[in-house]
Design a protein around this ligand. Sequence first.
Ligand SMILES: NC(=O)c1ccc[n+]([C@@H]2O[C@H](COP(=O)([O-])OP(=O)(O)OC[C@H]3O[C@@H](n4cnc5c(N)ncnc54)[C@H](OP(=O)(O)O)[C@@H]3O)[C@@H](O)[C@H]2O)c1
Length: 247
Amino acid sequence: MDLTGKVALITGASRGIGKACAVKMAELGANIVVNYSSNQVLAEEVVKHICSMGRKAIAIQADVSDQQEVEAMVEETIRILGSLDILINNAGITKDSLLIRMKEQDWNKVLATNLNSVFFTTKAAVRYMMKKRQGRIINISSVVGIAGNAGQASYAASKAGIIGFSKSVAKELAQRNILVNVIAPGFIQTDMTETLSAQQKEIILSAVPLKRYGSPEDVANLAAFLASEECSYLTGQVIHVDGGMNM
Ligand SMILES: NC(=O)c1ccc[n+]([C@@H]2O[C@H](COP(=O)([O-])OP(=O)(O)OC[C@H]3O[C@@H](n4cnc5c(N)ncnc54)[C@H](OP(=O)(O)O)[C@@H]3O)[C@@H](O)[C@H]2O)c1
């Protein structure tokens, strides 16, 4: 797979799955925008690492739940790196609690960060991609968006929303040669899952046929394929990277 000359914008790329996607795409030749929310030091480290590989990379701080910040980020990407060929909507948060205790404020925050963001970034990016008549959009959902999970109603709703959104825009954008696909990771070892208790981790692991947690690289490898020329006849799909949790 070769992404030489392509420009990839990855939201939430300062750590975890987003960082692994950024590094993998850079290994394959792409220039990278590392979006982050607050962790400037980590984002700059990712940029430094990618630049040491001979690629161009910039870090852009933008809250993906803010439409104006997202539009400015997309404009800056095209102005500085000259193109936008691959968009990975990866930034995401959880604010878990049982429904009965879930605060409207937390619900809104999760939906805004995980779902409104995908609308904002995709709308801004496709304005450019449609003119170019090419583009790849990869949205990171979750096993929880498919199966649900007690204590995660807001997160599940946001991740299920990503799937419906992606299938709809995949149909709208196919004639412009813009492919839109979804990755639904299972349990991936990152900061997001680090906060789970040992007991919770054990329960999750017992539901994974491959009997291990996934790594951020397991997700990044699929994202790289979905962004590549080798993947040309696949759109509107939800692909599970979950060790077989969902079959
Ligand atoms: N880990 C899993 O097991 C798992 C499973 C299924 C799906 N996923 C999904 O995969 C994606 C990445 O997860 P992860 O585990 O890698 O998460 P993570 O380690 O917690 O990293 C989250 C990333 O999102 C960024 N971010 C958060 N809010 C943002 C905002 N408002 N604007 C811009 N960036 C923001 C963070 O930036 P800062 O560093 O600046 O805070 C960070 O780079 C998420 O969408 C998550 O829901 C994860």
